[in-house]
Ligand binder design. Structure first.
Ligand code: ATP
Ligand code: MG
Length: 235
């Protein structure tokens, strides 16, 4: 008999299907997906363009609800927990299109997210923590205090990453987070994801086309024809 005391996985998808309904046609994107994501693990999800990776992240991050099936956080249904509460306290997302607040500076984008989620740094102010995170990711104070529209695409992507890292959540989702970054910056960010999973016991789920990123993650999942399959990285 299996142990009754084993903790539920941090995130579980059970029988998850998702279909987009247009005026004339329906697109079945995800088909009956079952998967359990664990803490302390860094996952990469690969798959061709249009295979449903962003759709899967939007369901797992509580932005949308599946047309069929259930998603649970530590055993509790997301709809029961409240999607807003889940997004606020337990899951942070780095979006494919960044979704920064364009009327704010880089620094304000990060501190604003900390205020909304009620994240208080263990030492120092929110501003100091935000500046530290931005600096760590390669944006100095002069850049941090510029309006985000005055930053390059790669710099905006780094603001989106710093914003997600600033909120102390259990699960971090990222959609193509290294797409616009040079190799060195990308390597630094992959290192940060590994550290979050392995040293802070977070669950990190990254969608990417990058084999470099997949090679450094613990588990590689592939989404194809609506199905999710797994290979474990041999090391
Ligand atoms: N809001 C929507 N309404 C209708 N169809 C949609 C919607 N969003 C996505 N789709 C369709 O669902 C499918 C999966 O899209 P999705 O954005 O999840 O793919 P993806 O794997 O993230 O692709 P990419 O690698 O290009 O980012 C595509 O066929 C897309 O056209
Ligand atoms: Mg996508």
């Amino acid at each position: 008999m299996t142990s009754a005391t084993a903790a539920p996985p941090v995130l579980r998808l059970a029988g998850v299907s998702h279909t987009y309904s247009g005026q004339r046609r329906r697109t079945a994107v995800l088909k009956d997906i079952d998967y359990a994501f664990e803490r302390g693990t860094f996952y990469t999800i690969l798959g061709p363009s249009g295979s449903g990776k962003t759709t899967l992240l939007s369901l797992a991050s509580g932005l949308d609800t599946p047309t069929k099936g259930t998603i649970t956080f530590e055993g509790q249904d997301l709809t029961e927990l409240g999607l807003g509460r889940y997004r606020n306290q337990h899951a942070a997302t780095i979006f494919q299109q960044y979704n920064l607040l364009t009327y704010l500076t880089a620094l304000q984008n990060v501190t604003c997210a900390m205020e909304i989620t009620g994240t208080k740094p263990t030492t120092g102010s929110r501003k100091a923590r935000a500046l530290h995170l931005l600096e760590k990711i390669g944006l100095d104070k002069a850049m941090a205090t510029r309006n985000v529209l005055q930053l390059s695409g790669g710099q905006q992507q780094r603001v989106a990453i710093a914003r997600a890292l600033a909120c102390d959540v259990d699960i971090l989702f990222a959609d193509e987070p290294t797409g616009n970054l040079d190799e060195d910056t990308a390597a630094g960010i992959i290192g940060t994801f590994r550290e979050l999973a392995h040293e802070q016991d977070k669950c990190v789920v990254v969608v990417s086309h990058s084999q470099q990123l997949a090679a450094q993650s613990d588990r590689v999942l592939t989404l194809r024809k609506g199905k999710l399959t797994e290979q474990v990285n041999a090391r």
